[in-house]
Design a protein. Structure first.
Length: 148
């Protein structure tokens, strides 16, 4: 995966009021600026909406890829058919609650390190805001989609 042509989706799980058209426009703009791979973590409404839109846009842009990065092997995937690739980045599965809990932030850092662009809908504190802060520290191009 080429970091220069990869974008990560960052959003709170409950970004229900975000405009689907604004997300689609942000993805299309990213494609037109050279992004060909989109990675997401598969948690919540924002990730699911983004994955569906990338899948839909593949009809118009057949060269784009939709990649899911999962934090543990028994992670619930909302629709495997949407993804070109599903990656489990860790050597072993997690066995304790604390390992499960730490797997998501570690996976988020991996997704940021794979990307040069972040498409975001972050409207409150939590894991998504921490991931966005990390993306900013890593100098990713940030595309904010307001929760309207």
């Amino acid at each position: 995966m080429n970091r220069e042509t990869t974008a990560v989706f960052i959003g709170n799980r409950d970004c229900f009021d975000v405009s689907i058209q604004k997300i689609k426009d942000a993805i299309t703009d990213a494609i037109n600026s050279g992004i060909t791979t989109f990675v997401s973590g598969g948690l919540g409404y924002f990730d699911e909406t983004c994955a569906n839109l990338v899948h839909e846009l593949k009809a118009q842009y057949p060269n784009i890829k939709n990649v899911l990065i999962i934090p543990y092997k028994n992670f619930h995937i909302f629709n495997k058919e949407l993804f070109d690739e599903i990656i489990f980045p860790f050597e072993r599965n997690h066995s304790t609650y604390s390992e499960y809990k730490s797997a998501i932030p570690r996976r988020n850092e991996i997704m940021v390190s794979m990307s040069n662009t972040a498409i975001c809908c972050v409207h409150r504190e939590g894991g998504a805001s921490k991931m966005l802060d990390y993306a900013k520290k890593q100098n990713l191009k940030i595309i904010n989609i307001p929760n309207t």
